[in-house]
Design a protein around this ligand. Structure first.
Ligand SMILES: [Fe+2]
Length: 238
């Protein structure tokens, strides 16, 4: 199973909850992406803005923590507890900005290509602002604003992309479980059929797509198939 649900709520490191997201002082924000501008770094909000709740993100398998002290993060007990509980034992600092990141144009273009990983993508933001765009159940893009003090975990197999905001500066701590592979699988038909993608779809998307009425229809359909199969077997037996 690619998506870790057993460790979603470590006792000493609780992700943002629905209740917290209703508090206007909590800074992680997410909204549906309005494809109204060619520049990825624009906010791309609808008017009025169509906000997405933390609860909704959690259903997609996205975990977020916020207001973690980023200065002196090496000695931050809260962050260290999260790392220990979730097995994040490798880390590196990456600065994404012109003049800081080699091949800035090519790399930022690559980051904005829709892709997935066969492992979690974990980012603790040390400074600056960026956007993680993730696919909703129905394929719409959801834009998540990440900034200093935010920690975000995207599950394996989830399509996403990243861009800086208009200030063009983000410094992040990249965390990994084990040695990083640094491979992004861009969206192609063969990526759709990767085991990690299928695991994600099965464990998260299909479950959430089914409304009670849809579940009822599927159940009735399965019963009809079962009945037809039973009848066919009776014929064969006779
Ligand atoms: Fe990624």
């Amino acid at each position: 199973m690619a998506v870790d649900t057993s460790m979603r709520t470590p006792s000493a490191a609780t992700p943002q909850t629905k209740q917290e997201s209703e508090n206007p002082t909590v800074p992680i924000k997410a909204w549906y992406y309005n494809d109204n501008d060619d520049l990825p770094s624009k906010p791309h909000q609808y008017s009025p803005n169509r906000e997405v709740s933390i609860d909704h993100l959690q259903k997609l398998g996205v975990l977020t923590w916020t207001q973690i002290e980023a200065d002196g993060y090496e000695n931050n007990r809260f962050l260290n507890k999260i790392k220990a509980v979730r097995g994040y034992n490798y880390e590196e600092v990456l600065t994404v900005a012109p003049g800081k990141l080699p091949n800035f144009e090519a790399n930022t273009k690559k980051f904005f290509m829709e892709h997935l990983h066969d492992h979690e993508e974990i980012r603790f933001i040390l400074d600056g602002i960026g956007y993680e765009d993730v696919r909703d159940f129905d394929g719409q893009w959801i834009r998540i604003e990440i900034k200093k003090g935010d920690l975000i975990v995207l599950p394996p197999g989830m399509y996403h992309r990243f861009t800086l905001d208009e200030k063009q500066y983000l410094k992040a701590l990249l965390l990994y479980q084990g040695t990083p592979k640094r491979i992004q699988f861009e969206k192609y038909p063969e990526t759709d059929s990767m085991e990690v993608r299928l695991d994600y779809v099965q464990s998260v998307l299909e479950r959430e797509l089914q409304s009670p009425s849809e579940r009822q229809l599927i159940s009735e359909s399965m019963n009809q198939v079962l009945a037809a199969t039973t009848k066919a077997m009776e014929v064969i037996t006779v």
